[in-house]
Design a protein around this ligand. Structure first.
Ligand code: ADP
Length: 435
């Protein structure tokens, strides 16, 4: 903005110039001609200043402007001030960018900045090493053109960034990478990839160790149990012998169940390569589960099975049986006698649903998110008393995750619980009805 006193100076100079031209005109008796000449001189002078400004702006590399004259002095100085301000801002921005890049380079993970169309805008050095990107050659490329894996393309299409994606490394054989995408700013995405091979390797070692120990424990336990059964059959009248034998038998039975559950869990964890050609006859499976439930219930519960035998599924039979039977045995164990338990297998809009509802003790809301953790129990003493291993729901969770499904728990304290899961339509085989 031009300051008021400068504006005043400019106008007064113009008035003075016109007055001078008028006086000269009056003196020579040619006012119009004098004014015309004065206007042409003024115009020429302004053009000259304009040309100087243009030359400075477009052709000269100097930051300082040429000395402005008259009314143009303010213009030259104003442009100079603006340019200096811009240059300072640019320097600040470049400084900030350099610092951001240094910070991104210091990250222990591969970082790639993407636009909303998944085109690469920038990546750090670790991304070049871990993902095999070339910089700057790959700038502007769509990331799925470089990371060619069907799961990665599906991940981008589904855009469910809350869950990380695990993929084999495109560069180093045998390595596993975990990808995460974080949306930020206006339609920008940050892709973070980290090498999790070591974590997976340690997990594998842990699983193997647990499986080996459990396997090794099986034989001594069977021997112990055999001898205890023999001692019990001898029917000693001495209470000093009979009671300890009974307790030992109970404890070996518990240990046996724990070992079996540990073995089942490691087997299910390892079996993530499902044979999708295998059809599970759910009608038959449900019949088996019903017989097992009757045996566990011993007539103390009202058991109801409502199953559609026409809905078969594709998957791993051992895993599905383990999941269903754990849910049914839990319902029986956590429901007081004469309570009711209903098991359903029926078609729903997005597949087929298995559910077990009981009229048992129910579970308080704060426990629900942690129930599927290994050895998590609402009431440890109660679980032991009912013969629980603390691994049942962990087994269910793993078995279901291999079948693109997850456990849904609804429960109300004192009212009962419903444990259910839905097998998606792609794994459903509808058998023909024979009327
Ligand atoms: P556990 O062998 O102890 O039953 P689970 O993993 O099968 O271990 O279950 C974890 C915990 O979830 C149990 O200890 C119990 O507290 C709770 N739970 C599972 N099923 C039910 C149910 N139907 N009703 C009430 N609580 C249940």
């Amino acid at each position: 903005m031009v300051e008021p006193h400068t504006r005043y100076k400019l106008i007064s100079r113009l008035v003075l110039y016109i007055a001078l031209a008028t006086i000269i005109g009056l003196l020579v008796g040619q006012v119009t001609l004098s004014l015309l000449v004065a206007s042409i001189v003024l115009l020429a002078w302004h053009y000259r200043q304009l040309i100087r400004l243009q030359i400075w702006l477009w052709q000269m590399k100097k930051l300082t402007p040429p000395q402005g004259q008259g009314s143009w002095e303010g213009v030259f100085n104003g442009v100079y001030r603006l340019q200096r301000k811009n240059r300072k801002r640019l320097n600040q921005l470049a400084d900030l960018l350099a610092r951001f890049r240094l910070a991104a380079e210091a990250l222990p993970d591969a970082a790639v900045v993407l636009d909303s169309e998944y085109n690469i805008l920038w990546c750090n050095k670790l991304a070049q090493r871990l993902l095999g990107f070339l910089w700057p050659q790959d700038s502007g490329q769509r990331i799925d053109n470089l990371l060619r894996h069907p799961d990665f393309s599906r991940y981008l299409v589904q855009a469910k960034y809350g869950v990380p994606l695990e993929l084999p490394s495109p560069v180093h054989e045998g390595r596993i990478l975990e990808f995460r995408i974080i949306a930020y700013g206006e339609h920008q995405l940050l892709l973070i990839a980290r090498d999790i091979s070591r974590i997976r390797q340690l997990e594998g070692m842990r699983r193997e160790f647990v499986a080996n120990v459990s396997h090794e424990l099986k034989t001594p336990l069977t021997v112990l149990q055999g001898y205890l059964e023999m001692m019990e059959s001898m029917q000693s009248d001495d209470p000093m012998v009979a009671r300890p034998v009974e307790l030992m038998q109970q404890q070996t039975q518990r240990m046996k169940l724990l070992v079996e559950q540990l073995l089942a869990l490691s087997r299910i964890e390892d079996e993530d390569d499902i044979d999708w050609a295998h059809e599970i006859d759910m009608g038959l499976l449900m019949k088996g589960l019903e017989i097992e439930a009757e045996a566990l219930s011993l007539g103390r519960y009202q058991l109801k099975f409502e199953c559609d035998p026409q809905i078969a599924i594709l998957g791993n039979e051992f895993q599905i049986i383990s999941a269903c039977s754990n849910l049914i045995s839990n319902a029986i164990r956590y429901t007081p006698e004469s309570g009711s338990i209903t098991v359903k297998w029926q078609a729903v809009s997005d597949g087929a649903m298995f559910s077990v509802s009981d009229s048992g003790e129910g579970i308080a809301a704060q426990h629900l998110p942690r129930l599927t953790e290994r050895f998590y129990r609402v009431d440890t003493a109660r679980s032991r008393q009912t013969g629980g291993s603390g691994l049942g729901l962990a087994i269910v969770k793993h078995a279901l995750s291999h079948h693109h499904s997850e456990l849904v728990i609804t429960s109300e304290l004192g009212q009962g619980s419903t444990f259910s899961f839905t097998i998606p339509s792609i794994l459903i085989v509808q058998k023909k009805r024979i009327d």
